[in-house]
Design a protein. Structure first.
Length: 407
């Protein structure tokens, strides 16, 4: 029988690959159209709201924008929607694979909240839906006519959600869920607001009616929100590779500052695209925000080793700690891995455990059994360049132990 852990890891890899590909397509088209809209030449006669000449790939492109709609329905109309839908669907699948199926390890932090896995999954799913409902309510209220105040309230909502996630989930899951929370708002904007409004305009054109400009105005507001939220979402999705971002008590504040960085970065490029000047002050603000993030990340991350050893094993950890071969595998990991994967690493040049993975205590090793198996058992990814000279029999010991545990 094919090794299920290997199969599942490749499934996660495939879904992650799909998620990255679709995200590139969505972000690329989104950034392009925002830049195009801001850079249009509007000093032209006629019904068009603006036009732009562009050159790419050896050809010239003449693009015109109509504020509401052209006089008649064009024969060929390209819709940009599946990039958004595919990004969210693949991201949701990845969330389920990593944080729901692997919830014992990655989702619930037992030291923060005494919840069963099913309760954590329910909170995970429900929070994404609730976030959209609150945001949509704010947009449809009178705040829709006050976009700056609306953006401030959206920022407050995101900060509150980051703090709330951090009261329940691991730091890694907090960052990821805040990204998923934001991405859900963005895709829901496309699915529930932007696309339906565009369909109304298209239907009016087909039936000879004059489209109402309010639909374009509403869609533009949501599209602008998506534009400013994109860069923070990318940061949050990448954060699981960097414990300096997620494995600190101030991770939710770091996430809040990342949203502000997204605003300053996009403001710079949006202003340049609109030929509104060169707001270099945004560089300084962005740099200061990043320095603040770096400073916050140096706060104490981990509990002392003595306290960690005193923590009882969870049922999930006990399953691996009691499996045949654990003692031998335990000695291998301590001898070959713990000098880097420690609360105070002793390997020169490493200040924090890579990816926040700790391999010092029995609970540490049992908790990370699957990753040890995949990274140092069936593959030779760890130790890097085999710098600690892990022998083939050492890897065999890890494989036997994990398979005896029934992974």
């Amino acid at each position: 029988m094919y090794d299920f852990a290997v199969f599942w890891d490749w499934m996660a890899f495939a879904v992650r690959w799909l998620h990255v590909i679709t995200a590139i397509a969505w972000i690329g088209s989104s950034f392009y159209f925002i830049a195009l809209d801001l850079g249009l030449n509007r000093d032209i006669p006629g019904p068009a709201d603006g036009e732009e000449w562009q050159v790419h790939g050896g050809g010239f492109y003449h693009i015109q924008k109509y504020l509401v709609a052209p006089e008649r329905m064009p024969e060929h109309l390209t819709w940009f929607k599946w990039e958004s839908y595919a990004t969210w669907l693949s991201g949701a699948a990845l969330l389920m694979i990593v944080y729901w199926v692997g919830g014992e390890l990655y989702l619930i932090d037992a030291q923060k909240a005494d919840l069963a896995l099913w309760q954590g999954i329910l909170i995970s799913a429900a929070s994404l839906t609730v976030g959209w409902l609150v945001y949509d309510f704010l947009c449809k209220s009178g705040l829709g006519e006050r976009p700056t105040l609306l953006m401030v309230l959206l920022f407050v909502l995101l900060v509150a959600m980051g703090w709330g996630y951090n009261q329940i989930f691991t730091g890694r899951a907090m960052m990821l869920h805040l990204g998923a929370f934001t991405a859900t708002i963005m895709t829901a904007n496309v699915f529930f607001i932007i696309m339906p409004n565009q369909r109304i305009v298209v239907d009016d054109l087909k039936n000879g009616r004059t489209p109402d400009p309010k639909y374009g105005k509403i869609a533009k507001l949501r599209s602008t929100h998506n534009n400013y939220l994109t860069l923070p979402v990318v940061f949050l999705m990448l954060s699981n590779h960097y414990p300096l971002a997620f494995a600190t008590q101030y991770n939710w504040i770091i996430a809040a500052l990342v949203f502000l960085m997204g605003v300053t970065i996009r403001h710079y490029f949006n202003t340049r695209h609109a030929r509104g000047g060169n707001p270099t002050w945004t560089w300084l603000v962005t740099a200061l925000l990043f320095i603040a993030i770096m400073w916050l990340s140096t706060a104490p991350m981990y509990k002392p080793l003595e306290e960690a050893e005193a923590q009882p094993l969870t049922p999930f950890e006990q399953r691996f700690a009691s499996a045949d071969g654990f003692e031998e595998a335990h000695d291998v990991v301590l001898g070959r891995c713990s000098m880097c994967h420690a609360r105070e690493p002793v390997w020169e040049g490493i200040l924090w455990a890579p990816k926040g993975v700790l391999l010092e205590t029995e609970a540490d090793i049992a908790r990370n059994a699957k990753q040890i198996y995949l990274q140092a058992g069936v593959s030779h990814a760890m130790p890097p360049a085999n710098v600690t000279y892990m022998e083939p029999e050492d890897r065999d010991a890890i494989i036997r132990w994990v398979r005896n545990a029934g992974l």
